[in-house]
Design a protein around this ligand. Structure first.
Ligand SMILES: [Zn+2]
Length: 270
């Protein structure tokens, strides 16, 4: 039944990896730029069909769509669209002028699509986008003082956002649901593997996060940049598995032994 709702108009080009989101003129629309949130749920559906049936084409179309939207239509906050429509790809200076910037519903559905793609193929690019869109757009779509929900997040200079506690717009209801996604995608596992995609907040210290069994030789606390702007800092966190960590530990032990030898040798020479 779900397959019968397939919209060949966007499905076919996305299956081939062709970006038509701005160029395609929909029969009922005279101007270019498809309505963004009409397209995104189609692809969450195609991804789900793949998950249930294993028909790979549905996943290919969903993945191509996700890549095109994330790489060519999404702003730094992870959101997309102006006036609810896809604007010309990679034309940031043009699209950022719209006061009706990224719509909350779009990001909500992109998060759902991202989670679905990750379930089938746990790649870092999915959790990276999820984190970016969750922290920079999704979590900011509600006014914590009034409970008002936000429709558009304008990105243009001097813009402001309005939130409405009684909103009956699409985003009014989407945002209510969106905040239940905040606890999702923190970690995922199979019987023998674990993926951690976020960090634990440090109790009583806003914007401080602590890794948990993630960093060797010891977990680290990450603090906001403004607290350490005048300090020296460096952070290199190479990704390793248990085997490569074992080799790294051996290398460090050898290095430590060498340093001790050199130290002792220099003392002996004196
Ligand atoms: Zn909406």
């Amino acid at each position: 039944m779900a397959k019968r709702f397939r919209d060949e108009y966007v499905y076919a080009p996305m299956l081939e990896g062709r970006d038509v989101l701005h160029s395609l003129l929909h029969p009922r629309r005279k101007r270019p730029g498809l309505h963004a949130n009409t397209q995104i749920p189609k692809f969450t559906g195609y991804q789900r069909i793949y998950e249930l049936t294993g028909e790979r084409d549905f996943n290919t179309a969903a993945l191509n769509f996700w890549r095109i939207v994330v790489e060519h239509y999404s702003y730094g906050i992870g959101g997309n669209s102006a006036r609810e429509h896809f604007v010309a790809p990679d034309k940031w200076e043009e699209s950022i002028r719209h006061p009706a910037g990224p719509e909350s519903c779009n990001t909500y559905n992109m998060l759902k699509l991202t989670a679905g793609l990750f379930r089938c193929d746990p790649q870092p690019e999915f959790v990276e986008f999820y984190e970016r869109a969750m922290f920079n757009h999704a979590l900011s779509t509600v006014n914590p003082r009034t409970g008002g929900r936000i429709y558009f997040t304008a990105l243009c200079p001097m813009a402001y956002r309005t939130s409405d506690p009684g909103s009956t717009l699409c985003c009014g209801f989407t945002v209510m649901e969106m905040h239940f996604l905040a606890h999702e995608m923190i970690y995922a596992h199979t019987s023998d593997q674990l993926w951690v995609s976020r960090l634990d907040p440090v109790h009583g210290e806003p914007m401080h996060f602590r890794t948990r069994n993630l960093v060797r030789p010891a977990d680290v606390t990450l603090k906001p940049f403004f607290e350490m702007a005048d300090e020296r800092y460096s952070a290199y966190l190479p990704a390793m598995n248990e085997a490569s960590w074992g080799m790294e530990q051996t290398r460090r032990d050898k290095l430590a032994a060498t340093q001790l030898t050199v130290f002792m040798a220099s003392h002996t020479m004196r």
